[in-house]
Design a binder for this molecule. Structure first.
Ligand SMILES: Cc1cc2nc3c(=O)[nH]c(=O)nc-3n(C[C@H](O)[C@H](O)[C@H](O)COP(=O)(O)OP(=O)(O)OC[C@H]3O[C@@H](n4cnc5c(N)ncnc54)[C@H](O)[C@@H]3O)c2cc1C
Length: 406
């Protein structure tokens, strides 16, 4: 059987791309290694701009919590909050959210086959091929590698051979703690609509506490080289959260994970094939946020493939339009995140207290999370709004000076 497009991996990237390809009239096969719904280590925070990519309502039963704010806890124990009156995201369980995206693609007409690992992939001027674990070989005109951070497709095509080098990837551990609805309300002081990000062991990594309906998603992540004693670090982090929030946390299952994030510096396209999402390394290098980038890159890949079909061109040069689209959309965000990441929490420690509770900062955070602006637009928005904001800023600075003990 020959397809127009074979998509390997039914995560947010692959399912978004499969949906868009199908909607464009392409005969699309979506292959998933595990039986759906499959587990995925993740904090489960889906920012609003990712929801915009779907362009339709998420079934309410998938929404664990509606998110209206971010809180950064600094090493001195103080917190900086950005609260919005607009929805900036939701929390979900990834097994159910990802299955929804995969079924949405198959409902649109894509052929979805789960429980079917791809073990090899190849491209030639005539076709793209994948080999399944049971030995079958399938071919298509295009191949999309959406098989996550340890992508088989990327390795088979020679695009990312050294994926697991610890100095190049992030590493982390996370768990969902069942505390009941009451426990979530207690831990969040009655406001379970804020994502909390906190330092771990000083400067090398960060942790998170995300509210779900009856669970707290708690995890730590950082550069792989700094995360070798992962298990004791994670245990000491969640125990510190337990103490701080005053809620008993019963550990059921720790999950370890890699995080990629070198997408814009790498080649993600060869003739007849494109890497998307984590397989391409499109993860915010600072916070590890990747769902929105995965979905957007899936959308870009589908649009480039559609155009290539129209023009009957399958070469690398035609498909490299995809890299330009991703670069334009993601580079400012990734560059800023890398700069902050390199300077480490020290930069955050300087900036965050100064903008705590500031209306303009909260507005900007809201616009970025909702996908109304990218990081690169922030200076422009600040300059545009500044004249109106100057009296408030002066008041804010004076007040925070008066409040700071000498
Ligand atoms: C612990 C952790 C916490 C995170 N928290 C957040 C968060 O809160 N918010 C956020 O936005 N991002 C978060 N991220 C990042 C986010 O999870 C990823 O960026 C996102 O899942 C990328 O989507 P994807 O579709 O590219 O890959 P994935 O979601 O990894 O999907 C890849 C799919 O391919 C399948 N697959 C793999 N190999 C094969 C194969 N050989 N054959 C067939 N199928 C295969 C996998 O089973 C999987 O279903 C987190 C990441 C981690 C690790």
């Amino acid at each position: 059987m020959t397809y127009d497009v074979i998509v390997v991996g039914a995560g947010p990237a692959g399912s978004t791309a499969a949906y868009d390809c199908t909607k464009q009239g392409l005969k699309t096969l979506l292959l998933e290694k595990y039986k759906l719904p499959r587990e995925k280590p993740c904090g489960g925070a889906v920012m609003y701009r990712a929801l915009r990519t779907i362009g339709e309502k998420i079934p309410p039963e998938l929404i664990e919590r509606r998110i209206y704010g971010l809180r950064f806890l600094l090493p001195d124990g103080k917190g900086t909050e950005f609260i919005s009156d607009k929805l900036i995201g939701i929390t979900v369980f990834r097994d159910r959210f990802d299955e929804f995206l995969a079924r949405r693609a198959s409902d649109a007409g894509a052929e979805l086959i789960d429980n079917t690992p791809v073990v090899d992939a190849s491209v030639s001027s005539k076709s793209a091929k994948v080999r399944l674990a049971d030995g079958r070989e399938l071919s298509a005109k295009f191949l999309l590698g959406a098989d996550g951070v340890n992508s088989v497709v990327s390795r088979a095509l020679g695009l990312r051979p050294k994926r697991k080098e610890l100095n190049k990837v992030g590493l982390g551990m996370e768990a969902d703690f069942h505390v009941g609805e009451e426990g979530v309300l207690e831990a969040t002081e009655g406001n379970p609509s804020i994502l909390e990000v906190c330092p771990v062991d000083g400067r090398v990594s960060y942790g998170w506490v995300f509210p779900k309906r009856e669970h707290l998603a708690i995890g730590i992540a950082g550069a792989g080289v700094h995360m070798r004693a992962l298990r004791p670090r994670f245990d000491s982090f969640y125990k510190s959260v337990e103490k701080r929030l005053g809620v008993k946390l019963n550990l059921e299952k720790r999950r370890t994970f890699f995080l990629g994030g070198d997408g814009l510096g790498s080649k993600n396209v060869v003739q007849r094939a494109i890497l998307i999402g984590d397989a391409a390394g499109f993860v915010d290098p600072l916070m590890g946020e990747g769902i929105a980038y995965a979905m957007k890159s899936g959308e870009f890949a589908a649009s480039v493939i559609n155009k290539a079909f129209d023009e009957n061109r399958y070469d690398e040069k035609t498909l490299s339009e995809y890299q330009n689209l991703c670069r334009n959309e993601f580079s400012a965000n990734f560059a800023l995140a890398t700069r902050v990441g390199v300077r480490g929490p020290s930069l955050a420690e300087i900036i965050l207290p100064k903008v705590n509770g500031h209306k303009l900062a909260a507005e900007i955070m809201t616009m970025v999370a909702r996908g109304e602006i990218g990081y690169k637009d922030i200076p422009y928005v600040v300059l545009k709004r500044l004249p109106r904001q100057i009296p408030t800023i002066i008041k804010h600075v004076v007040q925070s000076h008066l409040a700071t003990p000498n």
